[in-house]
Design a protein around this ligand. Sequence first.
Ligand code: ADP
Length: 498
Amino acid sequence: KYSTASAIEEPVSPPVQVNYTELLINGQFVKAASGKTFPTLDPRTGDVIAHVAEGDSEDVNQAVAAARKAFDEGPWPKMPAYERQRILLRFADLIEKHNDELAALETWDNGKPFEQAAKIEVPMLARLMRYYAGWADKIHGLTVPADGPYHVQTLHEPIGVVGQIIPWNFPLLMYGWKVGPALACGNTIILKTAEQTPLSALLASNLLHEAGLPPGVLNVISGFGPTAGAALSSHMDVDKLAFTGSTSTGKIVLQMAAKSNLKPVTLELGGKSPFIICEDADVDKAVELAHFALFFNQGQCCCAGSRTFVHERVYDEFVEKSKALALKRAVGDPFKVGTQQGPQIDTEQFEKILGYIRSGVEDGATLEAGGGRLGNKGYYIKPTVFSNVKDDMLIAREEIFGPVQSILKYKDLDEVIHRANSTPYGLAAGVFTQDIDTANTLTRALRAGTVWVNCFDTFDAAIPFGGYKMSGHGREKGIYGLSNYLQVKAVVTPLKNP
Ligand code: ADP
């Protein structure tokens, strides 16, 4: 039934080489101070792709010192904004030139379909760099009409040395969301990539230096969370921290920031996003969109529509068609043309997802499709659909981060609003209806940082993204993302002749 099982047996040879595996500190690729490396694995097989320098606190210290020097003495924050803009624009051109190389490395390290990386994600990275390049020379303060004989103005200044910690599900996009606005505002950076996916950020950062970035402005540390990530979060000379990852790790980094130098923190964390299919929905379209909302990127999206609420009038038809679509989903080698779903990222996530599937069955949900691994090598999971899911089941409460769709039934709008909001998370929500009043009611009632109406996972550099409640603090992207990387200074001068 699953179309490409044979492809899983013989992995396609990746059309790319790994050229960068060291830490990037002060514009140079260097070994870790300890000399240690760690393997990064191919999710299709579990085989080693490359051994990567393993950064720890000594390397973080060196990277912070380089970033501090580049901020205090280097040209970056003092450079005319137009020059910074031109470097980011050249970087965007180089991203386009190396589109397929970046995409192939991303697919190899992460397991996502190459077509998705090459046609959506790498182009989005270029778009994002151009968007923030555009802001670089448009950041300015205000003249403030204060009470009294004073000339008052605000200066919008970069914060300084910024620590950024990113996850493995969209390594290049998360790189862009972090690095783009921070550089446009004139900050210097230490970026800690996820230990599962260190490769694409190193290639991209090499291109950024080719575009003219001065040394020390962006330093990249590969390594683990409790070592390198913790060293960065608790560093006394890091002025700001931006983190994307799980809610539990978000709590840890926020504590470390508070206990060290009280650096401000932005957090983009987990979710359990509702997708509400209304009574008037075109069922075929709703099924397709809900399928995409959950299964996109192997279900490894913080904003995945992981609670599909369907009105009772269309519920049975919706479940039947969702099951059929899941059974048709092309799972296989992500380098193969036509593959819609590759392997999960690693054995830990793979086992965790299988555990959630078992709990769904034990709790009495109806398993409509999937329900286990696919093949006997790598981390492939069959697209799984549960119906008759109840709000108190584990699969309806916790973030699964895998290809497991939970379909819940509801009767009326007030009820579904209450149930959709009954979660500690508030990252995103989806609404599918043709009725403008229903759409307006829901968009206002849902407590989430994004509400997609008749669409899902529509992203753009200009659209802000972030969470309510335990899904995070602050917004990334768009004009809102700039404020994370700027300080406001009030300058007050008495007027002699007001
Ligand atoms: P996941 O469980 O999906 O891997 P995490 O939140 O653990 O999500 O990982 C996101 C990022 O946070 C990764 O770069 C990881 O290395 C980092 N990280 C994990 N634990 C810590 C920690 N204790 N301190 C700082 N960073 C951490």
